[in-house]
Design a protein around this ligand. Sequence first.
Ligand code: AMP
Ligand code: MG
Length: 362
Amino acid sequence: MKMGAAAGQLLLFSGKGIMTTQILPADAPEAAAVAARWIRAGELVAIPTETVYGLGANALDPAAVDKIFTAKGRPSDNPLILHLTGAGQIADYCRDVPEIAYVLAEKFWPGPLTMVLCASDTVPKRTTGGLSTVAVRCPESAVTREIIRLAGVPIAAPSANLSGKPSTTTAAHVYHDHAGKIPLIIDGGPCRVGVESTIVDLTECPPRLLRPGGITPAQLREVLGELVIDRAVTAQLAPGEVAKAPGMKYRHYAPAEPVIIVSGSREAAARYIRAHFAPGDRVLCFEEELPLYAGCAPLAYGKEADAATLSHGLFAALRELDSAQIPHVYARCPVGEGIAYAVQNRLKKAAGFCIVDAEAAL
Ligand code: AMP
Ligand code: MG
């Protein structure tokens, strides 16, 4: 298919696999219209959101959705999130919607909260990974909501990284993973939150947290009262164990080399890491800890005292450390609730739940 004329300077020859990937700043006057045109033409567009960059397609077009799975190398049973312009669209794609969904949307949308609801027949099974439920959210990014509005269809979008790899939190990350494979990236700058949305399943009573994110369990409990934390949030699932969010069963967010989380006090962790550090290894730590790792090639991903900086910086740091040349990464993980809880979840998954207690090991 050729779309050079319709989209101005864009060229797309998907039949031959030759594609120019354009990066348009989110504040370019034509950004939303150009992106919406590609979406309507059944192509992929990388969209900025407050969580991570998404790889978007027309959620109602199974052929377009297929391209997401192909571009990412994503298992076909891992469903996508429908991005909407607001709560007014929920009833178009979901049925038997409980009142509490609207209460949550009123409080947290636009924002980093995804709700799992019963899917209506308007949503293709390709989009839901074959499930009878569908995940929906409304992103904070004004340009992305404008793209959805102009496209006239919900946009299905997972994180734009290659499957299993650390998520994309800048346009440059998306370009690195998909240059030549997609026609357009909308550059909205670095993502504010930096980890994927909180996912809450409202088809169960009490509701269940499937993935922690920018909206914290405490914020959800204020509205919901009771909230069950799914086991996949805190532990590695056993082989064959069924995941409520199919994405949670796959290896995720991981650089090429093994990541080892070293828990315990600052001093105990530094002693353990310095004792085990070998040439080529790297240390992923908090800014406050940098002086403890002189000579150990430390990389800080944020401040321990300000967990929002950790969520903001985590994936960029994991991507920087994604190299088969690095034997091990020793990582420091924040403790606590709030956004730190989401950082723990992503880092533990990146480490395949390999955690050493430095206090016990010394
Ligand atoms: P990503 O944002 O790339 O991690 O992909 C979307 C996430 O949403 C994956 O972890 C999916 O498993 C999860 N998800 C999407 N739809 C559903 C659903 N209907 N039920 C449970 N989880 C879902
Ligand atoms: Mg993802």
